[in-house]
Structures are given as structure tokens and as C-alpha cells.
Design a protein around this ligand. Structure first.
Ligand code: CAO
Length: 419
């Protein structure tokens, strides 16, 4: 039994933002039917390939637990099947460029005629306004949503982050909207349009930076290291480097081996309740009560010097050793984990957050499983489907006979017949 057993999703998504949303729903047990263009499918199948003629890791890591049907939705046969799928499903999820669904012949009014219970969930770059027709990709979303202007170092370029907050962040928001719409449908009996714009989703994730923008009107931001360095603030939220964005100061500090290992670092938070333990562990017990050190406010103007002292201590220890010493003392630290560290982490393997799967053409591959754990809805992660792997099975489920299948295949609506 899974939480979304019985929920049927027409997955009309591509690239990353949409597929990350429908993958979440699939993990919770929804039947996700991915419609793909005959012959080529989702563009990511062939992007960043590591093995020739084999579905890329890009695709195979974003489309777990789904079924794939090849369908040319612009052909007469394809439109016929699409309509039947719309009648069969509870939710249609899409992240085409603005207007694509209308050009396909399915504005919202028509969708409602086809199935008034169908929820239409869309990802677009921008919400309504002057840019609503613009195409948007991950890094563009990070720029337009306020992430890039506040990421990086003060004296460097705006930076994009590796976290896919534009794509997967928006996918998450959309998934939540879909579940809310499904819940509302329980009482109304009707579907509705659900839209998550990438700009809005990134902005929601950058909420604390809008907080800081307003705080600037009332004085400098003391937790930013530039304050301690005596550098005045301008009138926009500056890039904060690795400074903590919360009320507890934090920095990235070197650990043993940093000269040769790009990830031999730890994050270290000078959390106020842990101050005594921090002073003891780094060998500065007097700082616990010394004037100028004995309260978070008093420490603000010497944060850089304090972190330098802490770093002298961390530099003599490995990043995992720092964790082993500090975590039992309730000091919030965390090693800078490389992708390799994460792939090999036994706890993540044991919890199913990192999974190894077998794929018919690529063999074994490692992927990220469902990060959300539920006590009564287990998530077995299955590999991504091959292109059109479930076409026949899905058509049969929709009530099509073998003759219909032959007719649709012959018309080209389903791509070339499989040998
Ligand atoms: N059969 C027939 N036609 C199909 C089809 C199918 N199965 N699947 C898609 N198509 C067609 C669409 O109808 C559309 O045709 P038109 O241009 O004639 O309307 C076309 O293929 C592709 O649509 P697109 O414009 O969405 O694709 P693109 O590669 O040019 O743009 C992207 C990609 C991501 C920039 C754009 O889709 C977009 O802005 N999406 C919304 C925001 C978003 O999700 N961005 C994140 C992407 S992940 O990084």
C-alpha cells in the first residue's frame, strides 16, 4: 500500500523541472504515464550521455517508477489517445513553453470539456506579467528568482548554485499544489489549474534574502562577515559568501588535507547554546566568560577572529573527525560531502536515499531515491522506463484492441513498430 495508490498522472513533462515533480508523485505510488515524442522521447534521454545509444543518467535519474508511451500528440491518432488518457487520469502535468498546450489544441476550456475532474498542473518560467511567454531554464530561474544575486562572494560574480532550486525546487512546489488540488477535488468534484512559476518558486526559497533587503533600511547586517570587516553595506542584499543566513553565525572552515582535497572542509556554526562546548573543544575555556566573548551580540564584531581560531583547531582534524567530536557535544557542524562521499555513504544506502538499480541497456546505476520517508507508504524505487516500453500495455488499459494498436502504429501516431 502506498499513499497515492490509485492516482493516475498523465505526465507530459520534459527536461528536469516537470519530471522531478512527477517522479515524486510516482514514488508515493501514483501511476505516472509519461507521454513521449515517438523516436526520440524526452530530450534528456540523449543529453549528456556517458554511454553511446543508452538513455543518459540525466534521464534515468529523473524518471523512476514511471511508464512510458510513445505518442505523436499532433497526429490525429495521437490526439485520440491523448483525449482518452485525459479521461483516464486525475492529473495532467506539463512544463512546455507557454502556449504549447494551446497550440496542441488543448486550452483549459477544452481540457475541462474532456474531463472536468482533471487537474492541469503546469510549470512555467514566469507567472502572469510582461515575461509570461519567456522560456526559462534552471540557471535563468536562479538569476530571475533572486538566488544568483545573493550567492557567491562580495567581490565576485553573481553565482548559480548546484542545487537545482529552479527546476527541482519548482517541481516540489508543483507537487504540493497537485496534492492540494486533489484534496480540494474531494469536496468539489472538479479539477482546477495549478501553476508554479520558476521565478516565484526560487523567490520562495530565497525568502531570507528579501528579509535582509528590508533589514538594510534599519542598519547594517551584523551577521554578514563584511560587517566585521568594516565594509559598509549598499542598498541591496549583498552576496554573503559562506556566512550563515540564519541568526547563528557560521562559516566553511578548512580541515586536515585541504591543500590537496577540494572538499576537506567543514561547516561550523557558532550556535549560542553550544558556545561553552565550542570554547572547551578548541582550547579557549576562558572565552566562555570573558567580556566581549560571553554573549552572541558581544562576539559579532570579532567573528572573523573567532572563526580563525576555530579553524586552527579544525585544520588539525579530518572533516569526519570534526563531526565525530562535535556532534556528541551538540555543536552544529557538517563535513563538506563530495558527490563521491555521498555515493559511498552507508547510512544513505541503508535508508534508500541512495539506491542502486539495474537497467536493461546501461546495467547498474546509482540514483537518488525518495528523500521523504513515510511509516505506512514504502517507496520501492524502480528504474526509468525505456522509450515506449509500456505503449501497448497502456493502450490495452485504455480499452484499445490489438487492431486499434495496429491502426495507430501504422498511422505513425505511436512511432515505429518495435521489432
Ligand atoms: N508529440 C508531438 N509534439 C510534441 C510532443 C509529442 N509527444 N511533445 C512535445 N511536443 C511539441 C510541443 O507541442 C511543442 O510544439 P510547439 O512549439 O509547436 O508548440 C514542442 O514539442 C516543444 O515544446 P517546448 O517549446 O516546450 O520545447 P523547447 O525545447 O523549445 O523548450 C523549455 C524547452 C524547457 C525552455 C520550455 O519547455 C519551457 O520554457 N518550459 C517551461 C519552463 C520549464 O519547465 N523550464 C525548465 C526546464 S528544465 O531545466
Amino acid at each position: 500500500m502506498q499513499a497515492l495508490d490509485g492516482v493516475k498522472i498523465l505526465d507530459f513533462t520534459h527536461v528536469q523541472a516537470g519530471p522531478s515533480c512527477t517522479q515524486l508523485l510516482a514514488w508515493f505510488g501514483a501511476d505516472v504515464i509519461k507521454i513521449e515524442r515517438p523516436g526520440s522521447g524526452d530530450i534528456t534521454r540523449s543529453q549528456l550521455r556517458d554511454i553511446a545509444d543508452v538513455d543518459s543518467l540525466y534521464f534515468t535519474m529523473l524518471n523512476h517508477n514511471k511508464r512510458s508511451i510513445e505518442l505523436d500528440v499532433k497526429s490525429a491518432g495521437g490526439q485520440e489517445v491523448l483525449i482518452r488518457l485525459m479521461q483516464h487520469c486525475d492529473v495532467m502535468v506539463e512544463n512546455f513553453a507557454p502556449g504549447a498546450l494551446e497550440r496542441m489544441g488543448f486550452p483549459w476550456e477544452r481540457i475541462q470539456e474532456v474531463n472536468p475532474r482533471l487537474i492541469l498542473a503546469s510549470i512555467k518560467g514566469y507567472g502572469p506579467g510582461p515575461n509570461e511567454d519567456a522560456k526559462v531554464y534552471e540557471n535563468v530561474a536562479q538569476c530571475i528568482g533572486g538566488s544568483a544575486s545573493t550567492t557567491g562572494f562580495r567581490d565576485g560574480l553573481p553565482l548559480v548554485t548546484a542545487s537545482q532550486v529552479g527546476d527541482a525546487g519548482t517541481g516540489l512546489h508543483l507537487a504540493l499544489g497537485i496534492l492540494a488540488a486533489l484534496y480540494q477535488r474531494e469536496s468539489t468534484g472538479r479539477g482546477q489549474k495549478v501553476m508554479a512559476a520558476m521565478q516565484d518558486s526560487v523567490l520562495n526559497l530565497c525568502r531570507v534574502k528579501l528579509r535582509d533587503q528590508q533589514r538594510l533600511a534599519h542598519g547594517p547586517l551584523p551577521e554578514y562577515s563584511q560587517h566585521g570587516e568594516g565594509i559598509p553595506f549598499g542598498d541591496v542584499t549583498p552576496r554573503a559568501g559562506n556566512d550563515s543566513g540564519g541568526g547563528q553565525p557560521g562559516r566553511v572552515l578548512k580541515c586536515k588535507g585541504w591543500e590537496n582535497d577540494p572538499n576537506a572542509y567543514t561547516y561550523f556554526v557558532l550556535q549560542a547554546p553550544a558556545w561553552g562546548a565550542i570554547c572547551d573543544v578548541i582550547g579557549e575555556p576562558d572565552w566562555k566568560t570573558a567580556p566581549g566573548y560571553d554573549s552572541p551580540a558581544a562576539r559579532l564584531d570579532k567573528l572573523s577572529a573567532i572563526f580563525e581560531r576555530v579553524e586552527q583547531w579544525t585544520m588539525e582534524r579530518g572533516k569526519f573527525e570534526v563531526m565525530e567530536i562535535c556532534a556528541p557535544l551538540n555543536i552544529p557542524v557538517g563535513p563538506v560531502m563530495s558527490s563521491k562521499d555521498l555515493m559511498e555513504d552507508p547510512a544513505l544506502r541503508a535508508s534508500g536515499t541512495v539506491v542502486e538499480l539495474d537497467h536493461p541497456t546501461r546495467g547498474a546505476y546509482v540514483s537518488v531515491g525518495n528523500p521523504v520517508k513515510m511509516s505506512a507508504s514504502h517507496t520501492p524505487v524502480t528504474r526509468a522506463p525505456l522509450l515506449g516500453e509500456h505503449s501497448e500495455e497502456i493502450l490495452a488499459q485504455l480499452g484499445y484492441s490489438p487492431e486499434d494498436l495496429a491502426r495507430l502504429t501504422q498511422s505513425g501516431a505511436m512511432g515505429r513498430a518495435k521489432p
